[in-house]
Design a protein around this ligand. Sequence first.
Ligand code: IPE
Ligand code: IPE
Ligand code: MG
Ligand code: MG
Ligand code: MG
Length: 299
Amino acid sequence: MDLIRHTGLLDPLPLAAAMERAQAGITARFTEVTPDPDRLGKAMGHALIGGKMLRGFLVLESCRLHGIDAALSVDPALAIECMHAYSLVHDDLPCMDDDDMRRGRPTVHKQWDEATAVLAGDALQSLAFELISHSKFGMKGQMLVKMLARLGGRYGMVRGQMQDIAAETMTPPLTLGQISELQRNKTGKLILWACTAGPMLAGDSPKDHPMQTYAQAIGLAFQIADDILDVEGDAATVGKATGKDANAGKATFVSLMGLDEAKRRADELVQSACDALSVYGDEAATLQEAARFIVDRKS
Ligand code: IPE
Ligand code: IPE
Ligand code: MG
Ligand code: MG
Ligand code: MG
């Protein structure tokens, strides 16, 4: 599949095929921008490849829905996957969650060493910004860059990770409101950028956009599903260690609401995500299917 040189709009596809297309296109583009990988490049590739690439898929779909050419949408799709991969490589480090397995394979610091993992994460973050600061995006690119810096950093994902780590030693445990705010940052903000990349490239403000409403609902649903998998999933299927949150004494949606209520809340969020997209009619069917997938997934 040659997504990179594909010009024109991507064809609408059912979810599974659209996700496969995203994975193939993003992987091919990564290989193109990291020729002859050395130790650092190999570690970056190990971190980037093998996941669902949901955030990259969301970029491609949000761009398709807003009339953005596939030749322009693949780099932002790779960029958000680089940010996500960097966040996971650092999240798995011994000083954070101390995980040995991700996607059924050794984590980067296990496959290589801690220094390589820190540096591969750093380089993935730089690559994300390099990809979206190209002149081909014109003035619209400035918004992409500024929003990724904001949503990825001190007011976004990194803030959420700090809140998450701090919460491990906090007594009393976080309230539901505090957990929601933490998750909005930790998981929600990269998903928000992915969903609003299309509107931003089309020149729309992401604020109060239907794609923002959709993103906020699936972002929260995604983290609730992650917390449920940590309780209900087995490591072989999920591809990473489970039971970690309870062991770390973490307050999660599941620990506070119980499994049934957490599932009910996730279902409600899927419904509101789908409702937010009704303005797009049938064109948004794949993204609506994705909202369902986010809570039904087993890994
Ligand atoms: C896992 O994200 C980490 C969270 C933000 C909860 P994904 O479940 O999207 O991970 P991969 O990339 O598909 O492995
Ligand atoms: C990680 O959250 C989220 C980010 C890296 C931003 P978790 O620690 O819950 O993710 P997993 O369970 O290790 O994938
Ligand atoms: Mg973590
Ligand atoms: Mg973790
Ligand atoms: Mg988790």
